[in-house]
Ligand binder design. Structure first.
Ligand SMILES: Cc1cc2nc3c(=O)[nH]c(=O)nc-3n(C[C@H](O)[C@H](O)[C@H](O)COP(=O)(O)OP(=O)(O)OC[C@H]3O[C@@H](n4cnc5c(N)ncnc54)[C@H](O)[C@@H]3O)c2cc1C
Length: 491
């Protein structure tokens, strides 16, 4: 072989083993296997898929988007991709994660599962609903409200099913029924070798448990069968208060935690800085599962003044979830971080002060930032005789009574401000963690920053179990190595 052909061969080897070329080959292979399901960057389907990510920081540019519509197609795609070795495949359902590269990729293929969006009511009284992973909660509520049933789904209408349920799922109804994932009776799962299995209390129960909090480490869930609960219209909505109410707000949340637990009451208390208006304010999104206005469990919040808006009324889940949707800062850059702590006197005002100081200092450099501090409950754990999840709460523990979940979230318009905001949220989370200590280690996965370790926070025993499940269902490590993004296990 001449020097020139040696050089050509070398270039060809380098090119063929680069992620870009491998990804392009895979796009071509899948297009041959499933005509009409692969979309290249110049297609309108590709552009619509990218712009449907909730936040700008998840709008990477994969080499192609593969959009299956049934589990069989997902299985064929996974089989085709499982022989590859590099981090090349991203998996998305609703596309709401703010963590860049978790549900999309710049270097490979994105599997867009939004086409798996079938909703089927089961049984004579619709006590189970089957939903594809690409379904949006708004469509499920629209199906169930007219028959006076509901599911433990997201509080914002456009959130996706797949990420929400495999990460946990905090709902209007979580104080009574637990995390969304605790209300799943069966999952249809595509494994790394392309087989499709049912995971439930009796079939692959270890996989079933792992997928409730372990997210994308074990398989791709293509369908969830969810318990529906009887639910007619109930009291809920939002009250916004001027910043002068902040002290009363914090003290009301302390009273709420000290009062006897009422599983019908759900509240997210948020303190907000709007850079566009240069103002601080606070909002409570509050819900009581019965048609009881001013329910006593939430009255301490309803009584606080001065209020700037008040939408509390008796209505249904669709209306409440669409209302919260309207106030979400879509099409911005965003970052979340989380921690939990054992409630004690005086802690809330200290966290609030840390957040306010960090926000004030950041707003001098990032004038259009929106900064939010949220306090809410952790749901009660499943009963001892119910299928478990991956979270670190024993059946007889009472995190819903004792602990508080914190979410810090920041939203801003320009990419170049990313590092400033990231270092602020990291610093703030670190200071807050120092303040509250690590008695409650739980970090809620769906609120965790990419630099946090939510799965590690489930504890050693649970992590050993999750690694065992991953090795047994995915011995080649497809979900650890080929799938990019998401919180991986420490193998
Ligand atoms: C506006 C807004 C409102 C929110 N409201 C709530 C709320 O009320 N309660 C709450 O708990 N959380 C809430 N969240 C957080 C939300 O739960 C997470 O962002 C969740 O990941 C969203 O699900 P998704 O399907 O959109 O996930 P995606 O962004 O599509 O994916 C997130 C991760 O899950 C993996 N994944 C997705 N689908 C599957 C699947 N089928 N099988 C295996 N892995 C999968 C992806 O690979 C990715 O790593 C909210 C977020 C936003 C932006």
């Amino acid at each position: 072989m001449s020097m020139a052909s040696h050089a050509l061969l070398l270039v060809a080897i380098i090119l063929l083993s680069s992620p870009v070329v491998l990804a392009t080959c895979a796009c071509h292979d899948i297009a041959k296997l499933l005509p009409g399901r692969v979309f290249l960057p110049d297609s309108s389907e590709y552009k619509t898929s990218i712009s449907s990510y909730f936040f700008l920081n998840s709008r990477q540019s994969p080499k192609c988007i593969v959009a299956p519509t049934i589990a069989d197609e997902v299985a064929k795609i996974v089989k085709k991709l499982s022989v590859r070795e590099k981090k090349q495949v991203a998996i998305r359902s609703g596309g709401h994660t703010p963590n860049p590269g978790f549900a999309n990729t710049d270097s490979g293929i994105t599997l867009d599962l939004r086409g798996l969006n079938k909703i089927t009511l089961q049984g004579p009284s619709a006590d189970v609903v089957s939903v594809g992973t690409g379904t949006l909660w708004r469509d499920i509520y629209a199906t169930l409200d007219p028959v006076n049933r509901t599911v433990v789904g997201a509080r914002v209408a456009s959130v996706g099913v797949g990420g929400f349920l495999t990460g946990g799922g905090l709902s209007f109804f979580s104080p009574k029924y637990g995390f969304g994932c605790d209300n799943v009776v069966n999952m249809e799962v595509v494994l790394a070798n392309g087989t499709i299995v049912s995971a439930n209390a009796t079939s692959h129960p270890d996989l079933f448990r792992a997928l409730k909090g372990g997210q994308g480490n074990f398989g791709i869930v293509t369908r969830f069968d969810l318990i529906t609960h009887s639910q007619s219209e109930y009291w809920g909505g939002a009250i916004q208060y001027a910043a002068s109410a902040d002290a009363a707000q914090l003290s009301a949340f302390e009273s709420f935690k000290a009062a006897s637990y009422d599983g019908s009451a759900e509240i997210e208390q948020t303190f907000v800085y709007f850079g566009a208006l240069k103002t601080f304010s606070s909002t409570n999104n509050m819900f009581y599962m019965k048609p009881v206005a001013n329910a006593s469990a939430l009255k301490m919040f309803a009584d606080i003044q001065p209020q700037t808006t008040n939408t509390m009324r008796i209505s249904n889940t669709s209306a409440f979830a669409e209302e919260i949707e309207m106030f979400q800062p879509k099409d911005q850059f965003a970052t979340y971080a989380t921690l939990s702590f054992r409630m004690g006197p005086g802690i809330l005002p200290k966290i609030y002060k840390q957040w306010k100081d960090a926000t004030t200092s950041l707003s001098a450099k990032v004038p259009n930032v929106t900064s939010v501090l949220t306090f809410q409950d952790i749901p009660p754990p499943p009963a001892a005789n119910a299928p478990g999840n991956s979270f670190p709460f024993a059946p007889d523990s009472t995190p819903h009574k004792d602990d508080v979940l914190v979410l810090f979230s920041f939203y801003w318009p320009h990419k170049q401000e990313y590092e400033l905001v990231e270092s602020t949220i990291k610093g703030l989370t670190g200071s807050a963690q120092k303040l509250v200590g690590d008695r409650v280690k739980f970090k809620y996965l769906n609120y965790a920053a990419a630099w946090q370790d939510p799965i590690g926070s489930y504890g050693d025993e649970m992590n050993k179990m999750l690694v065992r499940v991953a090795k047994s269902y995915d011995p080649s490590g497809f979900f650890q190595k080929v799938v990019t993004g998401g919180f991986k296990l420490s193998m």
